[in-house]
Write a new protein. Sequence first.
Lengths: 307, 307
Amino acid sequence: MKTLAISIGDLNGIGLQIALEAHAIIKTKCKPLYCIKETMLTQGALLLNKEVPQDFTCIPCGKDFKIKPSMPTKKSGAYAFASFQKAIELTQNAQADAIVTLPINKEAWQKAKVPYKGHTDALADILNTQTIMMLGCQKLFIILYTHHIPMKDVSKHLHVKELQAFLLAVQEHLHVSKIAVLGYNPHAGDNGVIGHEDKAIKKAIQKANKALGADVFNGPMVPDTAFTYNNTQNYTYFVCMYHDQGLIPLKTLYFEESINVSLNDKIIRTSVDHGTAYDIAYKGITPSSVSYLNAIDEALLLSDANK
Amino acid sequence: MKTLAISIGDLNGIGLQIALEAHAIIKTKCKPLYCIKETMLTQGALLLNKEVPQDFTCIPCGKDFKIKPSMPTKKSGAYAFASFQKAIELTQNAQADAIVTLPINKEAWQKAKVPYKGHTDALADILNTQTIMMLGCQKLFIILYTHHIPMKDVSKHLHVKELQAFLLAVQEHLHVSKIAVLGYNPHAGDNGVIGHEDKAIKKAIQKANKALGADVFNGPMVPDTAFTYNNTQNYTYFVCMYHDQGLIPLKTLYFEESINVSLNDKIIRTSVDHGTAYDIAYKGITPSSVSYLNAIDEALLLSDANK
């Protein structure tokens, strides 16, 4: 049975509740190591009016603080980062096979002066490796070529060499037989009538396929029909040129089920694809654990494939 | 009973077949005037191996030519344009209440030297009026602020005054109680952290609402969660900043059902939201008429609302 390091996320949000409520299922699939001090666990469980399961294995980390439900605080930010660091450490030391992260709050990280915007860029910097952002579920995975940058800057990144290298890195992690690649402009440029970037995308695809000796990458696809029923029956993996090109259809189709995967060559890390949901945290409402359970399953799948 | 002028579209494509097959249903809803010469109708029906219904009212237009199934020809382009012109004429002369257009082929229009890219810009020029492009179905309508322009130029149009005027023009045509307006950047800019355009969108919304004396426009919404189930239960009309922001979710959810509506202050025009489908034209395959029937229904709805 695989061991997973669970980064507990922002304790002022819904993460701990999800971890406690899903534990009974999780423990049938893997051995979870929860990166949280017992004192903090007890405090949180009390606020949630929940019993702590006997076999809930805690790995101490961070400094104790008073949980303030639904508030992005400096202390909750610092704790969430400490938990994430511990999870990375466990995985690097081979005490865990992969990391699953519960949601952090970006504002709390800022307050705690954590020098990262989120898990993905923290991981890339700490491990000193390229990290590719993939989001989705087994039915549809989106791989983002650019993500949290202004829309008007996307075009600057659409060059043949940069994109070709990205495509090859994607396939190095995925090892699948076919991957869809979206165009950039309306109608994928209508043969150069609407913008020029789609020609660069086409060239990058051709060069990547040539380097692989197989037609793995298909495109540039016309963006607005890429996610129709027929096409999603043919493809599971879609490389998208910008954040909303991929995340609009993903969240439109599979909002609750989606997870976030950091593709890199050092550590397997999956995550829920939702936030801290401060609006319902510690309010007696049961949050959905679908994304968390999918993140666990995907981490196990990926660590199986890697062995 | 209302009268609709049917622009027959490219006769080398699937339009005529759809018109013939749907006629039995259409005639129960309205009085259709088909803008096609009887000689051309007979030629097409023969190729399709179909009988021409007795009550299929033809309005002559254009020059006879030999139908070449699945080919974008100069003559098919010229005929499609002549049919469209006739439909406009009938509506302007009050012989018809609205126009419904079957698909044309843009390449054929180019070959025929028709000086327009498509119906929407032809209509705007011929009627000398602003024409707003709305696509969708009764469950979800997308209103495009920009459409067939390169993605890297979208940002240049996101200015308060221009957008505010657009929003007010939209509401002048729709008269509804609430309309969603999408942001532009990932996470609608995350409070200015990712790009600056979303602030202009916010201001334009505020000014438009102030001018209307009611909070009709809501946004800027985070684009990637705008089309989740909960939000589409709350809104039917979505103003989108660029082509694929609106058409990706629309075609992902309602590919077959969608129609195209030209909002303007002179003529009601709806259209199918698919192409000439040369791949199946005159091949004994029955094309879906869902989009055509929806276009008929919407034209009738809009002409009722206008009277």
